[in-house]
Write a protein that binds this ligand. Structure first.
Ligand SMILES: Nc1ccn([C@@H]2O[C@H](COP(=O)(O)OP(=O)(O)OP(=O)(O)O)[C@@H](O)[C@H]2O)c(=O)n1
Ligand SMILES: C[C@](O)(CO)[C@H](O)COP(=O)(O)O
Length: 242
């Protein structure tokens, strides 16, 4: 199996509130997106990488990959301009796959924001693809009780349902797909984007809307998504204790 990865790094990081776009924020002195790229490559199962960069930062992102390679490896990198949404950024990345891994038949989609995801996690996702699954997500059990709510007209919200917790998983990235399935799911996603009221927040969600099966593999705590300043502090502690 020939596997390429799309590393989504084009978000602004509004909830983090840093002066830099989130993927360029340093963790232990190294930008989040470089940590994430190294984690993918350390798995030994990624043949090429497309990075989606924030508008206005393409040169800066490219300079993090001297010679067009992930530092410390010979894995080729192409930097492309991301889109207005994560979904649009992934689609832009998919269009460049053949520049880094011509003819690849599997794709990982990974968030720069999950910068500490480790090589074992990446290998678990790819092993499930190699075993014949066409869509694979890593997930961890949910530890909070989750409520479905509706907003009230005057403000606040009302609980309408408590889903059975044992059946819930918080899903992470990298998510893995056969290339054919992911490209088909994104074509459908682009068609629906204009009139869809409920945005799909991950790639597996697009695949599910095709009626295709998505396989779950165990996730890991280190693959937390850096969303807020508190997440960044936690990641700093995890990094310095590793
Ligand atoms: N238009 C976008 C939006 C997000 N992303 C990437 O998708 C991942 C997950 O997105 P999220 O954590 O929501 O990042 P931001 O959109 O930057 O965060 P915020 O919503 O707080 O602005 C991140 O690695 C982010 O860089 C992207 O490539 N293109
Ligand atoms: C793809 C993802 O990381 C899976 O948990 C998540 O859906 C991204 O969500 P965000 O709101 O774009 O951070």
């Amino acid at each position: 199996m020939r596997c390429a990865a799309v590393l989504t790094a084009a978000g602004s990081g509004t909830r983090l509130g840093h002066a830099l776009p989130k993927a360029l924020v340093p963790l232990g002195g190294t930008p989040l997106l470089v940590h994430a790229a190294r984690g993918l490559v350390a798995s030994g199962v990624v043949d090429g990488l497309v990075v989606t960069a924030p508008d206005g930062h393409l040169g800066e992102v490219a300079s993090l990959f001297p010679g067009g390679r992930v530092p410390g490896s010979d894995v080729p990198v192409r930097v492309v301009r991301g889109g207005a949404t994560r979904q649009a950024s992934v689609a832009a990345g998919l269009a460049a796959l053949d520049d880094v891994a011509p003819g690849c038949d599997a794709v990982l989609v990974h968030d720069a924001a999950r910068c500490l995801a480790g090589p074992d996690l990446v290998r678990r996702v790819v092993a499930a693809l190699e075993a014949g699954h066409r869509a694979v997500v890593p997930g961890v059990p949910v530890t909070d009780t989750v409520k479905r709510v509706v907003d009230l007209p005057g403000g606040g919200a009302r609980v309408v349902e408590t889903p059975e917790r044992s059946a819930l998983r918080a899903v992470q990235t990298p998510q893995g797909f056969t290339r054919e399935l992911l490209e088909r799911a994104h074509r459908l996603g682009a068609e629906r984007a204009a009139d869809e009221t409920r945005a799909v927040s991950d790639d597996a969600g697009l695949v599910e809307s095709l009626g295709e099966e998505v396989h779950l593999v165990p996730g890991e705590a280190a693959a937390l998504k850096i969303t807020t300043a508190a997440d960044l502090e936690l990641a700093e502690r995890l990094l310095s204790s590793s």
